[in-house]
Design a protein around this ligand. Structure first.
Ligand SMILES: *[C@@H]1O[C@H](CO)[C@@H](O)[C@H](O)[C@H]1NC(C)=O
Ligand SMILES: *[C@@H]1O[C@H](CO)[C@@H](O)[C@H](O)[C@H]1NC(C)=O
Ligand SMILES: *[C@@H]1O[C@H](CO)[C@@H](O)[C@H](O)[C@H]1NC(C)=O
Ligand SMILES: *[C@@H]1O[C@H](CO)[C@@H](O)[C@H](O)[C@H]1NC(C)=O
Ligand SMILES: *[C@@H]1O[C@H](CO)[C@@H](O)[C@H](O)[C@H]1NC(C)=O
Ligand SMILES: *[C@@H]1O[C@H](CO)[C@@H](O)[C@H](O)[C@H]1NC(C)=O
Ligand SMILES: *[C@@H]1O[C@H](CO)[C@@H](O)[C@H](O)[C@H]1NC(C)=O
Length: 916
C-alpha cells in the first residue's frame, strides 16, 4: 500500500511551493474546516488504546485530530491535504488515529466531496455500517477502511467509485459483500489496481471480468467457491495474489506462464488443484513467497521450482507429492522457509538443503524420507521438524551449534546412538524438544553445562533411555517445563539433584527413592508423565504439594513401592492421578480428598490394604475410580443422604476382598449413572485426551473416546454376598456390569431389564437361582451375556438379541432349557433362520455403534501412537459397525484409564496463539 501515483500537478506544485516561497496556495474554505471539525467531534480519541492491527503492522496509533485547531488553516492540519489551486480537501489520512465512535450517513465527512484519498483504517467505528454515501466520493482513487470495526453489508454504491485504484476493506469478519455487489465492484471499477477484502464474507464465485490493471488481489477467507479463473494467472502486472482458505478449484495455466512474471507472492493454500505442479511454475522468476499447502497437488516436484532464485518462503506441505526432492543447480540462497511436510516424498534429504545458508524453518515431517542427516550449515535455523520419516543414524553434531533453535522435532524415526545430554546445552532458545519414538539413549559424560530456560515441552518417550537422566539437565530444563514425557523408556532413576534443585539423592539414600523429592520444585509442570519405565522406590511425599499447576500425574506401570504417603494440599489442581501397575502398599492417602479437581483416579494393580475409600465420594468431579487388584477389604457402606460420587461413571473394584452385601446405599448416590447423557463430553484438554484400556479375549485394546459417555461398574472377583439389589436397575446408563465371581444368591432382579444401553452383562460364577427374567430379552444393546456357573433354571427368554448368545453364556446351570441349549423348552421362541444375522450387524440403536467414532488402538507399543506409523488403528463410524460389534462381543472388562497425548500441531498452534 503506498501512494505511488501522486498526481503530477500536485507533485510539481509542491515543489514550486518549496522552491519559491512566494507562491501562496489556496487556503481551506470555512465550510470544509467546519465539516472536518464536526467530523472530529463525533469521536472520542483514545490515545491510550492502541489498535491491535496498527500494532501488528508496526504503526503507531496517535490522535491526529487532537491537534486540529480552527484558528489554523485546515489544509495544514495533521492528516489533511488540500488541492493547491482550488483549496479543496483532497486527502484525509486518519489511519491509526485512535478514533472511537460511529460514522452515520449524516456525517459531515460526506461534505468533503472532492476527496481523492481517504484512509480511516485502524480505528474503532463501533460496528457502524459503511454508509452508501461513501459511493458519492466521485473523485476517490484510494479508499482504506480496513480493520476499523465496520460491520454489516458493504453498500453496492461502492461500485460507483469509478476512479478507484485501491480498495482496502479487510475486516475481522464483521463485513459482508453480496455476490452481486462483488461482481459489479470488479466489473465497474475498471481502474482497480489493489484490492484487499480479506475476511469480508462474499460467499460467491469469482467473476471472469475485472480490471486488467490489477496488481494486488487479496481475498483471504472470503468464502469464495467455484473456479479460480485462469485469467488471473495471466494478469500482466499481478504481483500479489492471496486466496487463503476458500473453497476454490484451480487450474494451473496450460500454456506458458511467463506472461505473469511479475508475481512476487502467490498464496493459495486450500485451493484445490487436483493436479501436478506444472514445470511452468519456474517461469515466475520474481516469486518471493509461494504457498501451495493443502492444494491437492500430486506427482513429483518439478525441477524448475529451483529456478525461483528469489524465493524466500516455499510451502508445499500437506499435498500428495511423491518421488524424491529434485537435485538442484544454482543457488536458492534467499530461502528462509521450506516446508514439504505431509507429503509422500521419499529418498534421502539432498545435501543442498543442509547447506542453505538463510534457512530458518525446515519442515519435512510426515513423509518417507530415509537415510541420514547431514550437518546443518544455517545457524539461523529456528525450527526443524523432521518427525514421522524413516531417517536413521546419529543426530548430526552441528545441531549443537544451532543457537537459535526453538523447536526440534525428530520423533518417530529410526535415529539411534548415544547422545550426551550436553548436546543440547547451547540451545538456549529451545522450547520444544521431541525425540520420542526413536532408539536414542542418553548419556552424560560432560557435566554441569548451562542450558535453555525456555523449554516447556520435553518429550523423550519411547526411546532407550536407561538408568538415570543426568542431574544438570534437569536443573536447566525442568524449571520451565509444562509437559514432561519420559514414558516408555527404561529409566530406573530420575535424578534431579543439582545446585538449583538441591536434594538428597547424591548424599543420602539414593536407592530408596528413584523419584527424588526435588521433582516437587518443578513448579511450572502441568503434565508429568513417567509411565512405563522401570522406576523403583517410594513416591516422594511432597509430590502432593507440587503447586496448584500440576494436573496430570502419570506413573503407571513402574515398580514404585512402599506406602503411598503423599499428602495433597487443599489447593491441588490435580485432575488425573494414575499409579496403576506398581507395588504400592498401605492405605489410600486420605489427603486425596483435598483434590477437588480430581476426575480420574487409578490406583489399580497395586498392593494397597485398606477399606473402601467412601470419603472420596465428596470429590465433585470424580468420574473414574479404579481400585482393582489390590488388597481392599471389608464391607462397603454408605450413607444414603450424603450425595456421594455425583459424577462417577466408571467404578472398578474388581479383584479385591470386599465382603458383605453389594452396597445398595452407595447406588442410591451415583447420580451420573442414573442418567443417559449423550451430550456429555469429557474435558477437552489441550495436551491429553482420555482413553480407556479394555481387556478383551486375547488382546489388550486401548480405546480412545469421550470417556464420560462410558459408564461401567465392575465388582467382580470379590466376596460379595446376599442378593443382587434390584436398585441396580436404576443405574440405567451402565454399559458394562460385571458382578461375576462373588457369592451372590437369590434371583436375578427383573429390574436389570431397565439397563437399556447395557452392552456387557456378566453374572457368572455366583450362586444365583431361579429363572432368567423375561425383561432381559428387551436389552437390544446387549452384546455379551454371561450367566454361566450359577443355579439358574427354566426357559431361556426368546427374542432376537438372545438368539445371538451361544452355549457358553449359560453353561454350568443344570436347570436351564431352550435355545441355544440342547434341552428343548416346548413353545419357546426360536430364531427363524440363521442366528448369526443378529441385530448387531445392523445399525443398532446402541450409541456405541452409532453416535460415536471410536479410535481403537492396538496396545502393545504404547502411547504416542498417533504419530508413529507402526500403528494399527481404526476409525470407526456407524457405517463400520460390524467390526465394532466384534469387539463388543469380546469385551470383558475395562481395566485402566489413562490419558493420551494429542497431536503435535495443535499444541504448537495454541502455544503460539495464546498463553499456555
Ligand atoms: C489554537 O491555536 C491558538 C493559536 O495558536 C491557541 O491560542 C489556542 O489555544 C489553540 N486552541 C486549542 C484548542 O488548542
Ligand atoms: C492507511 O493508514 C495506515 C496507518 O497509517 C497505513 O498503514 C496504511 O498503509 C494506509 N493505507 C493506505 C492505502 O495507504
Ligand atoms: C446523525 O443522525 C443521528 C441519528 O441517526 C443523530 O443521533 C446524530 O445527532 C446526527 N448527527 C448529525 C451530525 O447530524
Ligand atoms: C456501473 O457503472 C455505470 C457507469 O460507469 C453506472 O451507471 C452503474 O450504475 C454502475 N453499476 C453499479 C452496480 O454500480
Ligand atoms: C503494467 O505496468 C506498466 C508499468 O507500470 C504499465 O505501463 C502498463 O500499462 C501496465 N499494464 C496494465 C495492463 O495495467
Ligand atoms: C527446592 O528449592 C528450595 C529453594 O528454591 C530449596 O531450598 C529446597 O531444598 C528445594 N527442595 C528440594 C527437594 O530440592
Ligand atoms: C492389611 O493390614 C492389616 C493391618 O493393618 C493386616 O493385619 C492384614 O493382614 C493386611 N492384609 C493383607 C491382605 O495384607
Amino acid at each position: 500500500m503506498g501512494y505511488l501515483l501522486l498526481p503530477f500537478l500536485l507533485y510539481s506544485c509542491c515543489l514550486c511551493q518549496l522552491v519559491f516561497s512566494s507562491f501562496s496556495p489556496q487556503s481551506c474554505t470555512k465550510d470544509q474546516s467546519l465539516a472536518l471539525m464536526k467530523f472530529k467531534q463525533a469521536f472520542v480519541v483514545h490515545d491510550s488504546s492502541t489498535s491491535s492491527t496498527c500494532d501488528y503492522y508496526g504503526q503507531q496509533s496517535y490522535g491526529k485530530t487532537s491537534s486540529w485547531n480552527t484558528s489554523i488553516d485546515c489544509c495544514l492540519w495533521d492528516g489533511v491535504k488540500c488541492h493547491v489551486l482550488t483549496g479543496h480537501v483532497i486527502e484525509l489520512d486518519l489511519g491509526c488515529s485512535s478514533l472511537e465512535g460511529k460514522i452515520d450517513s449524516n456525517s459531515t465527512l460526506f461534505q468533503l466531496s472532492h476527496l481523492q484519498r481517504l484512509n480511516l483504517s485502524g480505528n474503532d467505528f463501533s460496528n457502524s455500517h459503511i454508509s452508501p454515501n461513501f459511493g458519492k466520493f466521485s473523485s476517490l482513487t484510494h479508499l482504506d477502511l480496513s480493520y476499523s470495526d465496520f460491520s454489516g453489508e458493504i453498500p453496492p454504491e461502492i461500485s460507483h467509485l469509478s476512479k478507484l485504484h485501491s480498495l482496502f476493506l479487510s475486516s475481522y469478519r464483521g463485513l459482508k459483500l453480496g455476490p452481486l455487489s462483488f461482481k459489479f465492484l470488479l466489473q465497474n471499477l475498471t481502474q482497480l489496481r489493489e484490492v484487499d477484502l480479506d475476511s469480508v464474507q462474499i460467499s460467491s464465485t469469482i467473476p471472469q471480468n475485472f480490471s486488467s490493471h490489477i496488481t494486488t488481489l487479496r481475498l483471504d477467507e472470503t468464502n469464495l467457491h467455484g473456479i479460480l479463473p485462469e485469467r488471473i494467472f495471466h494478469l500482466h502486472n499481478l504481483t500479489v495474489l492471496s486466496l487463503v482458505n476458500n473453497q476454490l478449484n484451480g487450474y494451473f495455466p496450460k500454456t506458458k506462464w511467463n506472461s505473469s512474471a511479475s508475481i512476487m507472492m502467490l498464496e493459495l493454500p486450500g485451493v484445490n488443484f487436483s493436479s501436478n505442479l506444472p514445470e511452468s511454475i519456474g517461469c515466475l522468476t520474481s516469486l518471493v513467497y509461494l504457498s501451495l499447502d493443502y492444494c491437492n497437488l500430486s506427482g513429483p516436484i518439478p525441477k524448475s521450482l529451483w529456478d525461483l532464485t528469489h524465493v524466500e518462503y516455499l510451502n508445499l506441505g500437506n499435498n500428495h507429492l511423491e518421488g524424491s526432492i529434485p537435485l538442484f543447480t544454482s543457488g536458492l540462497q534467499n530461502l528462509k522457509t521450506l516446508s514439504l511436510s505431509g507429503n509422500s516424498l521419499s529418498g534421502a534429504i539432498p545435501s543442498w538443503i543442509f547447506s542453505l545458508l538463510s534457512l530458518t524453518y525446515l519442515g519435512l515431517g510426515s513423509n518417507s524420507f530415509s537415510g541420514q542427516l547431514e550437518d546443518f550449515r544455517s545457524n539461523l535455523l529456528v525450527d526443524i521438524s523432521l518427525e514421522g520419516n524413516k531417517l536413521q543414524g546419529y543426530l548430526p553434531k552441528s545441531i549443537r551449534n544451532l543457537v537459535n533453535l526453538e523447536m526440534l522435532h525428530l520423533s518417530s524415526n529410526n535415529f539411534s546412538g548415544k547422545i550426551d545430554v550436553s548436546f543440547f546445552s547451547n540451545l538456549k532458545q529451545l522450547e520444544e524438544l521431541n525425540l520420542s519414538h526413536n532408539s536414542i539413549s542418553l548419556t552424560n559424560y560432560e557435566n554441569k553445562i548451562k542450558s535453555t530456560k525456555n523449554l516447556w515441552n520435553l518429550d523423550l518417550s519411547n526411546n532407550k533411555i536407561q538408568g538415570s537422566i543426568p542431574d544438570w539437565a534437569w536443573s536447566n530444563w525442568l524449571l520451565s517445563l509444562t509437559v514432561l514425557n519420559l514414558s516408555h523408556n527404561k529409566l530406573s532413576v530420575l535424578n534431579l539433584s543439582h545446585n538449583m534443585l538441591t536434594s538428597f539423592d547424591q548424599n543420602s539414600r539414593p536407592h530408596l527413592y528413584s523419584i527424588p523429592s526435588s521433582v516437587c520444585n518443578l513448579t511450572s509442570l502441568r503434565v508429568l508423565d513417567l509411565a512405563r519405565n522401570n522406576l523403583k522406590g517410594a513416591i516422594p511425599q511432597c509430590l502432593g504439594n507440587m503447586s496448584d499447576q500440576l494436573e496430570f500425574l502419570d506413573m503407571q506401570h513402574n515398580s514404585l513401592s512402599g506406602d503411598l504417603q503423599t499428602t495433597f494440599g487443599l489447593g491441588s489442581g490435580l485432575k488425573s492421578f494414575n499409579l496403576h501397575g506398581n507395588k504400592l502398599e498401605g492405605k489410600i492417602p486420605r489427603s486425596l480428598a483435598n483434590c477437588k479437581q480430581l476426575e480420574v483416579l487409578d490406583l489399580g494393580n497395586n498392593h494397597l490394604n485398606d477399606t473402601f475409600p467412601m470419603w472420596l465420594g465428596i470429590l465433585p468431579k470424580l468420574r473414574v475410580l479404579s481400585l482393582r487388584s489390590n488388597k481392599l477389604h471389608g464391607p462397603i457402606r454408605a450413607s444414603r443422604s450424603m450425595k456421594l460420587f455425583p459424577k462417577l461413571r466408571m467404578l472398578d473394584l474388581s479383584c479385591n476382598a470386599f465382603t458383605a452385601e453389594i452396597p445398595t446405599s452407595l447406588f442410591h448416590n451415583l447420580k451420573a449413572m442414573k442418567r443417559i447423557d449423550q451430550t456429555a463430553k469429557g474435558p477437552n484438554d489441550e495436551y491429553y485426551e482420555d482413553s480407556v484400556t479394555v481387556v478383551t479375549k486375547g488382546q489388550e485394546l486401548e480405546v480412545v473416546r469421550i470417556l464420560s459417555l462410558y459408564t461401567t461398574m465392575d465388582l467382580s472377583i470379590n466376596k460379595f454376598e446376599g442378593q443382587i439389589p434390584s436398585m441396580i436397575g436404576d443405574l440405567i446408563a451402565l454399559r458394562v456390569l460385571n458382578l461375576s465371581h462373588n457369592g451372590l444368591q437369590g434371583h436375578i432382579p427383573t429390574s436389570l431389564g431397565k439397563l437399556s444401553v447395557v452392552e456387557s452383562l456378566d453374572l457368572s460364577f455366583n450362586q444365583l437361582s431361579g429363572d432368567i427374567p423375561e425383561t432381559l430379552a428387551s436389552l437390544t444393546s446387549l452384546a455379551v451375556l454371561n450367566l454361566s456357573r450359577n443355579h439358574l433354571q427354566g426357559c431361556i427368554p426368546g427374542g432376537p438379541q438372545f438368539a445371538t448368545f451361544q452355549n457358553n453364556s449359560y453353561e454350568g446351570n443344570d436347570g436351564l432349557r431352550g435355545f441355544p441349549l440342547s434341552k428343548d423348552c416346548g413353545s419357546s421362541w426360536r430364531p427363524e433362520s440363521d442366528s448369526t444375522t443378529g441385530v448387531l450387524d445392523q445399525e443398532s440403536n446402541s450409541t456405541l455403534l452409532s453416535e460415536l467414532s471410536w479410535k481403537v488402538v492396538l496396545m502393545g507399543y504404547g502411547s504416542g501412537l498417533f504419530i508413529g506409523s507402526s500403528i494399527a488403528y481404526f476409525l470407526l463410524s456407524s457405517r463400520n459397525s460390524n467390526w465394532l460389534s466384534r469387539i463388543a462381543e469380546d469385551l470383558e472388562y475395562i481395566i485402566i484409564v489413562r490419558r493420551r497425548k494429542k497431536q503435535l500441531g495443535q499444541r504448537r498452534y495454541r502455544r503460539r496463539n495464546n498463553d499456555v
